[in-house]
Design a protein around this ligand. Structure first.
Ligand code: ZN
Length: 130
């Protein structure tokens, strides 16, 4: 084999690899450029990852419930993201609109907002459908 031929083959292979990389890049970008159906403006029940991170950091990874004597709940496990304004009443999944609550206080706040009877009915309906 001539050294010139080997050089040509190497050049063809190199060109082919460049084409392949370009094609793969194009395909990947085409996927990420596809518009998302989920809104990033905090509408809907979906809570964006950056909102979760910011709320968790702001609230110090701890339940934000403050009782009547002004003492804050010490729960750091079993935390849930809660809409400060209930989702059903137009609350948004933004950093300002979310807070950390433990499961107990999340339930407590929901009962306070919607009434104990309403939440009990909801839980019973959920238990029946499950
Ligand atoms: Zn709590």
């Amino acid at each position: 084999m001539h050294s010139g031929q080997g050089h040509e083959i190497a050049a063809v292979l190199k060109r082919a690899l460049i084409e392949l990389v370009l094609m793969l890049k194009k395909r990947r970008f085409a996927q990420t450029e596809r518009p998302r159906t989920r809104s990033s403006r905090g509408e809907g029940r979906y809570i964006p990852a950056e909102v979760r991170r910011a709320v968790f950091k702001r609230d110090g990874g701890r339940c934000t419930f403050v009782d009547d004597s002004g003492e804050r709940c010490h729960e750091t496990g079993l935390l849930e993201f809660d809409h400060t304004v209930p989702f059903a009443r137009g609350g948004r999944a933004t950093v300002e609109g979310m807070r950390l609550l433990c499961d107990r206080h999340n339930q407590f706040e929901a009962e306070r907002a919607f009434g104990k009877g309403f939440m009990q009915e909801k839980r019973q309906a959920r238990a029946k459908s499950a």
